[in-house]
Design a protein. Sequence first.
Length: 283
Amino acid sequence: MNNAGVLLQSMLDTLHPAEKRVAEYILKHQQQISQISVQKLAEDTETSVATVARLAQRAGFSGYRELKFALLSAAATLPKTDDHFDDIRPGMDSAQVIQQLTCWAKQCIEDTAKVLSPEQVDRAVTALLNASKTAFFGVGSSSFVAMDASFKWIRLNRWSFVYSDPQVMLLSGVMLQPGDVLVAISYSGKTKETLEVAAMAKEHGATVISITQVGNNPLHQMADIGLWVTATEAGMKRGDIGSRLAQTHVIDILYMSMISRNFTDAVMQLEETYTMVRQKRKD
């Protein structure tokens, strides 16, 4: 079961003010959640039972009772505060930076695993395996994730393309049709260019897979299949470091899942491309 506490923490910036108050209250009182009724929660946060229910549903639960059960299940394994997750400080030596960022990167990946739905991954892998063409698109740091994904697909001898120019990508989106897949990558889920390409692909019948931060952001709502990541982009760690790590991790999961499902053919193709590249390096 996904870690409900991590899920709520990741959703905070996407929630309406009343829902955010409820989420923050829950996160602050996780150890006492078994004693907090929905009526008390609504009263203490000056909201309503309907707001509590709406928050639970946004997080993917049927209601507050199911959310409470998930929180109780995860309570015993909640992460403890660790000095390694402090922000970068003046005068840190290289060993300290290595240790801090390594711990932080590990946490980004582990938290993403807690909110990534295996069912949605299965759906995405099925669509990708059946795709005639696969297009990857992202802007800024997400464009590097898209380029890395396209390279992996080429190694599997799968028709894919990626463009860094939004106008060229929009034009290529017109060429997508039923049976094709667009993987739209945007941590915020609100990037204008990415939304435009996704809308164009959907209009022409392609399947849209989104990779975004947790929450019902515009891209996630538009997508046929939505994959969530988490990442803490705060302090000096801003600069899309965490989001890029988390998004790349999801791409790797999709890639390895495709190999696992079509193992014999995939391994033969990987061996062929590896041998070809090695020979070129010797020339």
